[in-house]
Design a protein around this ligand. Structure first.
Ligand code: XUL
Length: 525
């Protein structure tokens, strides 16, 4: 049987099909920047003079959905053989509609979807997870419910600028009439699911936990937080549902245009990180995952919510049941790409710089790679800092810069993920940068753990396909994981015990420097 997973991420939309009988996997991606240049979003978001503001045009995601399905069909893929669909979206981003899709979603198969969705948007743009402009709203929401500790007790996270609740509050404050006109608010995940069914699909508990609105213990929106966020918010959000819920069937539009079988079930969509947890075969507690994408994230399943005393880490729902802990770093690929660009390094040069030309500890050269505002630690403005030899500080040492950016990222990840629990002996790694052996080497040495890449690179779209296979096809997780989420043992990297002491020392130094930069920029939220 065949199942389709979709992943609407920051920079691309991916469709991935698994065949549970043959083990075959087919995938195709639409990269927004090059494929949809009319949206003027080379990295998936619109330019803004204020570096804290990051919005995208939701119509770009709608167009990408038609494009990817059209391409699969044109490539001869029989979408009529798909027995279930699920998927994921970049977390926290929100879409605002003037009419509920329960009334307005009866798509006409004769017109492109984008032309039918355009008039329904009450807000032209969608704030995304990279937005850092809602510090004031975070403070207001936290104060209204009794402070940070209370926020963590209810939602698993302090009030966080990229989370949807503070974003909704800012919209209400900036444009009360637009907010008033909004009948329905979606996350990216529930929006894409709703496009597919032509109805309003509720937000799932996994992604819903990233909104600063969900009461984790009750698996329901918190009335106190709805009130603290914006007036009548409860009327604009359907009650959240478990990720395994059958949310509807594919709309006639997709049957007519792409040949889906009528009645193909759509399972609720979730956030890209919860979906990756499944796509990495890490739905059970005990396996840590590092995902090296536009953002770097580190996450793990856990039976009961455990929160971060520093207030940076988050708790989301695990689509396989229970919870997951997550740390998110916005200076992921963007920071590595910035160094590669400045020093004109290709990715092979980047790997060689680490593996052959520099040593653990980098001879004392250290970089705080905060080229865009950072989520962990919280920095509302870019704040790069270079320390060490004069040539390094004068940007004359490209090889050392390559090692420095990755060492700082890995050390910060180790430092800030400590709340998740026991230091892991083995870490699964995914995302574009997991192909780079230099980056894997540094991760292995910093964590003193075996680093194991997976065969698949889009674990979030894969997670969607596997969730459909589990919910519709009744396949057990263990069977699906063994078949589709197998580690690539040939590429695993074992730690060098000789580097342990070096990184212990560096970790303390980095922690101090991070504290200094946070204090200097005096932006604690
Ligand atoms: C997680 C987060 C990011 C986005 C990226 O909290 O903000 O990882 O989900 O897609």
């Amino acid at each position: 049987m065949r199942f389709l997973g979709l992943d609407s991420s920051t920079q691309s939309l991916t469709a991935l099909i698994v065949d549970t009988d043959t083990g075959e996997v087919i995938d195709r991606s639409i990269a927004f920047g090059p494929r949809l240049p009319q949206y003027e979003s080379p990295n998936g978001f619109l330019a803004n003079a204020d570096p804290r503001i990051k919005h995208s045009d939701p119509l770009m995601w709608v167009e990408a959905l038609d494009l990817v399905l059209g391409e699969l069909r044109a490539a001869g893929v029989d979408l009529g053989a798909i027995r279930g669909v699920s998927g994921a979206g970049q977390q926290h981003g929100s879409v605002y509609l003037g009419r509920s899709l329960d009334e307005a979603g009866k798509w006409d198969a004769g017109k492109p979807l984008v032309d039918q969705v355009r008039p329904l948007l009450s807000r032209k743009t969608a704030p995304i997870w990279m937005d850092a402009s809602t510090s004031a709203e975070c403070a207001e929401i936290a104060a209204a419910v009794g402070g940070d500790d209370r926020m963590v007790e209810i939602t698993g996270s302090v009030a966080i600028p990229r989370f949807t609740g503070p974003q909704i509050r800012k919209y209400w404050k900036d444009d009360p009439a637009g907010y008033e006109r909004t009948a329905e608010i979606h996350l990216v995940s529930s929006f894409i699911a709703s496009l597919l069914t032509g109805t309003s699909v509720p937000i799932d508990l996994g992604d819903g936990a990233g909104m600063n609105l969900l009461d984790l213990a009750r698996a329901a929106w918190s009335p106190a937080l709805l009130d603290a966020t914006a007036p009548n918010l409860g009327r604009k959000l359907k009650a959240p549902i478990p990720a395994a819920t059958r949310a509807g069937t594919v709309a006639d539009y997709f049957v007519k245009r792409y040949g889906f079988a009528p009645g193909t079930p759509v399972i609720a969509f979730t956030g890209d990180n919860p979906s990756s947890l499944i796509g990495m075969g890490a739905g059970d507690p005990g396996t840590a995952v590092v995902s090296l994408g536009t953002s770097d994230t580190m996450f793990a399943a856990m039976a009961a919510p455990r929160t971060d005393p520093r207030g940076y880490g988050n708790v989301f729902g695990n689509p396989a049941g229970g919870f997951m802990a997550l740390c998110c770093f916005s200076n992921g690929s963007l920071a590595r790409e910035e160094i590669a660009r400045r020093f004109k390094l290709g990715w092979d040069d980047f790997a060689r710089a680490i593996l052959e030309k520099t040593q653990p500890g980098n001879g004392g050269d250290m970089l705080l790679p905060y080229f865009v505002p950072e989520i962990t630690p919280r920095l509302n403005a870019p704040a790069e800092r270079w320390f060490g030899s004069p040539d390094f500080v004068a940007a004359k040492k490209g090889d050392a810069a390559a090692r420095a950016v990755v060492e700082a990222q890995a050390l910060s990840m180790r430092l800030h993920s400590a709340f998740i629990g026991q230091p892991p002996a083995r870490i699964l790694v995914t995302g574009g940068a997991s192909k780079n052996p230099g980056i894997l080497r540094v991760l292995a040495d910093v964590f003193q753990a075996e680093i194991v890449p997976l065969r698949v690179s889009n674990s979030s779209a894969l997670g969607g396909a596997l969730r459909a296979a589990q919910a519709v096809g009744g396949r057990p997780w263990a069977e699906l994981y063994a078949r589709f989420a197998a580690p690539d043992l040939d590429r695993r990297v074992k730690p060098d015990p000789g580097s342990k002491v070096t990184y212990e020392g560096l970790s303390t130094q980095l922690e101090k420097r991070i504290e200094d930069v946070v204090a200097q920029t005096a932006q604690t939220r």
